[in-house]
Write a protein that binds this ligand. Structure first.
Ligand SMILES: NC(=O)c1ccc[n+]([C@@H]2O[C@H](COP(=O)([O-])OP(=O)(O)OC[C@H]3O[C@@H](n4cnc5c(N)ncnc54)[C@H](OP(=O)(O)O)[C@@H]3O)[C@@H](O)[C@H]2O)c1
Length: 555
């Protein structure tokens, strides 16, 4: 498949940000040298081997909970027992891992209603079967339950036709009444995760959807907790420390922002655009409005509005907001390297592995803020158990980012590990002589370097490999220009994250870890300080990415 096709079908801009790559072309590879002494085993203890410049996010005193010893933990497994849930976004990457863990951690869990977009009940049932029950993600449960696996899954998972973009969540009233009678916890995972999404749709789903779900929750007889998935980048363009404080228009978001006015603006705009230009222009409008208010794109901007809506409407309902950075493949559970979709950092890695690009517009020293999906799921479950039991009103934010810790992954390291893996285990049938990634601090340098590479490839293709190497002709074919435009637009989309300056405070998350018993820490691991990055990228994530690529190609 050509790169254009591969990337076009790969949700290339369905990213969640993160500081990935680095500046200064030709900079020596000192990260790799530093890590070479490490073996590829998993580090069990915290790694504090480098000055991480994170003093800004380190509290001057340890949280109170870090100093006391806890033996009983927060009794996560007993919390899960018998509780029923409504989960949105269950066919998505994160919610699937969360579901798997819930079902594995407690076979005595109650019912889990899965709100799914589908045209009728039959297609919702089919979606449950095709995308969840048959997924290899659930293979441990398959092993555990043997021939009764399907019966077990169907007894727990109830597909419900619905849409968080519609009034009353688009759920039939009879079914809505049954759900509201039964559920204890709402897990709000659904969202439109494309960075440059059309503004009207992103507003409807990411800004208003959580409010619709919350108001449904308020009618639920015994609801104990509303847990919402946001993003670490929800605070927009920031420098300094991003705190774990709830977002609220009029408090920490300018009161000039009015969601009603944005909706009106978007719906008026959509009337002016027609046919093929509609999507493009509505996407441009999203970026324009986001940047006007200090966000990078429609995704993070509308997620911020969603948080604010939750904050305003929650009343007495206990609410937890989880803010992960870039979610990538599983670290260990249910097995290492599971992921869904070719997105986040994947389009770059795959293009690099095929020697289609060896340039990045990014800051060499920036943190590549990746967090394995199983850690996000575990943290969400732990937070749920902590806040779901007490009927204590309040809103707690938990940030799940790896750069807040003493063991962050630098962009340079990330690319070095990719280089290491792709040289040993190429993506292509023939072994390519991969160059090390060149980091550019300006878009002009990046564009010129990518353009030269594409021109060189075109010369080689037209004259036979190696024969045209001396020709300095740099005019690109139409296909070459499209490729260049694609990479430039991808680089622009990532830019706010590849040069991300702020640091995340994660005091609440670290306190939560401290409250777990030793047993719970093993069972619900989410301490990113323990991640052995070299092992994770080289032996876990990239092999996982290749499997996903293979799965997508063969399905
Ligand atoms: N992935 C990351 O790196 C990352 C990082 C930080 C935060 N998050 C947040 O975590 C959550 C899950 O992310 P993800 O990566 O798992 O997302 P994902 O794979 O893109 O899945 C999104 C899910 O939301 C569903 N959905 C979209 N619009 C909907 C609507 N109108 N009504 C009902 N369901 C709808 C999708 O259903 P269909 O498949 O049927 O469209 C899908 O199941 C999101 O809220 C995201 O903002 C993700």
């Amino acid at each position: 498949m050509s790169i254009t096709n591969l990337l076009a079908t790969s949700n290339a801009v369905r990213l969640d940000g993160g500081s990935l790559f680095s500046r200064f072309a030709g900079k020596p590879n000192h990260f790799l040298a530093r890590r070479m002494s490490q073996t590829t085993r998993r580090v069990q203890a915290c790694c504090c081997h480098r000055d991480t410049m994170l003093k800004a996010v380190m509290p001057s005193t340890m949280p109170e909970t870090e100093t006391r010893s806890v033996s009983y933990g927060i009794e996560i497994v007993s919390f899960l027992k018998g509780k029923s849930y409504l989960v949105t976004g269950a066919t998505g990457f994160l919610a699937k891992v969360l579901l798997e863990k819930l079902l594995r951690a407690s076979t005595e869990i109650g019912k889990i209603f899965l709100l799914m977009k589908s045209k009728d009940q039959e297609s919702a049932n089919k979606k449950l079967y095709d995308e969840i029950i048959s997924s290899d993600l659930f293979k441990l449960l398959k092993q555990k339950h043997g021939s009764s696996y399907e019966a077990f899954m169907k007894s727990k998972l109830i597909p419900v036709m619905g849409d968080i973009g519609e009034d009353n969540l688009g759920i039939e009233s009879e079914i809505a009444a049954k759900i509201s009678d039964e559920i204890d916890v709402i897990i709000s995972c659904a969202g439109r995760t494309t960075f440059d999404d059309r503004y009207d749709s992103a507003l409807n789903v990411n800004a208003l959807g959580p409010g619709r779900l919350l108001s449904f929750g308020k009618d639920c007889r015994k609801l104990k907790l509303f847990l919402h998935l946001s993003t670490a980048y929800v605070t927009g363009k920031k420098e300094g420390t991003v705190l774990e404080t709830p977002l609220c228009i009029g408090e920490n978001i300018t009161s000039d922002l009015n969601i009603e006015s944005e909706l009106k603006l978007a719906s008026e705009a959509v009337r002016n655009f027609h046919d093929s230009e509609e999507i493009k222009r509505m996407s441009e409008l999203g970026i324009e409005r986001a940047q006007h208010y200090g966000w990078e794109n429609a995704y993070t901007f509308t997620k911020a509005m969603g948080e604010s809506v939750i904050h305003n409407q929650r009343g007495d309902l206990p609410v937890v907001i989880i803010r992960p950075s870039i979610i990538e493949s599983s670290y260990t559970e249910p097995f290492p390297g599971w992921l869904q979709g070719i997105r986040m950092t994947a389009p770059f890695i795959l293009a690099y592995g095929k020697d289609l690009i060896s340039d990045l517009w990014a800051d060499y020293q920036s943190f590549c803020d990746i967090i394995p999906v199983d850690m996000v799921a575990n943290a969400a479950i732990a937070a749920m158990a902590k806040h779901g039991g007490g009927n204590v009103p309040g809103l707690k934010v938990y940030t799940l980012t790896s750069s807040s810790h003493a063991n962050p992954l630098r962009a340079g390291e990330f690319m070095d590990f990719c280089y290491q893996h792709l040289c040993d285990s190429p993506l292509t049938d023939t072994k390519l002589d991969l160059e090390r990634i060149k980091f550019h601090s300006s878009l002009e340098d990046f564009t010129s370097s990518v353009s030269n590479k594409i021109a060189k490839q075109e010369r080689e293709t037209s004259t036979g490999r190696g024969e045209g190497g001396g020709d300095s002709h740099t005019t690109l074919s139409m296909k070459g220009k499209r490729k260049l435009n694609y990479f430039v637009s991808l680089a622009r989309t990532y830019q706010p994250y590849t040069f991300f300056q702020a640091r995340f405070d994660d005091t609440n998350t670290r306190s939560l870890i401290q409250e777990l018993s030793m047993e719970e820490r093993k069972m619900f691991e989410f301490d990113c300080r323990c991640i052995d990055w070299e092992h994770y990228i080289v032996n876990v994530h990239l092999p996982g990415l290749k499997s996903e690529l293979f799965r997508q190609r063969s399905s």
